[in-house]
Design a protein around this ligand. Structure first.
Ligand code: F6P
Length: 323
């Protein structure tokens, strides 16, 4: 099948670098004389026909812009059979030959449902959680890490002055990749992730006690949001150690900001690969980076793959945090 017009959407939690991916998809399409229809507000846009033509100039200067010019949304209606059928009808009505969807695993499940109704698709992994199993790296992760690191470095100044314990919650509801990378980068005393249960005494209290014996008077603990109630952890630390913990929930600041070089270049590479994969007649794939090389996986296979914590990274964090 010849690809003459593609639909492009962003879906799920936004990520810095999504705009760079949009630019790369549109520019690669233009280079191959393919039209691009931007679909606003994720799969809602497909259901409602909320589209805009995207030409070469419409994506000028996007590389340094966080967020997504196509907006994003989670679409309850698209989770229904009727919703997917409406979306497929929109594609046919608008003459869309294939869909490029930028987002996380929920986005790719949506693409798979569309593919089942005969609309070829390809996914580009973009989520600050970096939890898409078929790829080593997702667009947005590096920028989110650096945003969190910059904030925690600032927190450290005041925690040092007041000799306090800082508990920082980073994003990552089901995945602790952000917490581990940020924890290693800031030299945290302890890192709590949803993939691992923790023992308060050995994983937190004893580490604080050992650091105190080494003469340290301020402490950094990184907690992924999926671990649980960070205020409860703080209260337990206060009760157990007599410290006066301060809690900072970084929240959605981790989802914004100008993308780093890594995210801009990754987005450019993945965006180009996505369009050229469609042109090659390879449909219903998810673009992936494995050890620096671009690949793509069948979407059904990609959605069955599981991604746990990188043991080596988690062990590094643990070993280096031993006071
Ligand atoms: O999936 C990315 C993510 O930022 C998660 O880390 C976080 O738990 C979730 O999105 C927040 O979703 P929302 O923006 O809808 O509050």
């Amino acid at each position: 099948m010849e690809i003459n017009r593609i639909g492009l959407l962003t879906s799920g939690g936004d990520a810095p670098g999504m705009n760079a991916a949009i630019r790369a998809v549109v520019r690669t399409a233009c280079a191959n004389k393919i039209e691009t229809l931007g679909i606003r507000r994720g799969y809602n846009g497909l259901i409602n026909g909320d589209v805009t033509e995207l030409g070469h100039r419409d994506v000028k200067g996007l590389n340094n812009a966080g967020g997504t010019i196509l907006y994003t949304a989670r679409s309850p209606e698209y989770n229904t059979e009727e919703g997917v059928q409406k979306a497929a009808k929109t594609c046919k009505y608008l003459g869309i030959d294939a869909i490029v969807c930028v987002g996380g695993d929920g986005t790719f499940r949506g693409a798979r449902d569309l593919a089942k109704l005969g609309v070829p698709s390809i996914g580009i992994p973009a989520t600050i959680d970096n939890d898409i199993a078929c790829t080593n790296y997702c667009i947005g992760f590096d920028t989110a890490c650096n945003t969190a690191i910059e904030a925690i470095d600032k927190l450290r100044d005041t925690m040092h002055s007041h000799e306090r314990c800082s508990l920082v919650e980073v994003m990552g509801h089901h995945a602790g990749h952000l917490a581990v990378y940020v924890g290693i980068a800031v030299g945290a005393n302890a890192i709590l992730v949803p993939e691992r249960t923790y023992d308060f005494q050995s994983d937190i209290a004893d580490k604080i006690r050992r650091s105190r014996i080494q003469g340290r008077t301020h402490f950094d603990i990184i907690v992924a949001e999926g671990v649980g109630d960070i205020q409860e952890i703080a209260a337990h630390i206060k009760e157990e150690t007599g410290l006066d913990p301060r809690v900072t929930i970084l929240g959605h600041i981790q989802r914004g900001g100008a993308p780093t070089a890594r995210d801009r270049v990754t987005a450019a590479r993945m965006g180009r690969h996505a369009v050229e994969t469609l042109i090659a007649g390879r449909y219903n794939r998810v673009v992936s980076i494995q050890h620096g090389d671009l690949q793509d996986f069948d979407i059904d296979e990609a959605l069955t793959m599981k991604k746990g914590l990188q043991e080596t990274m988690y062990d590094t964090a643990r070993i280096l945090s031993i006071g």
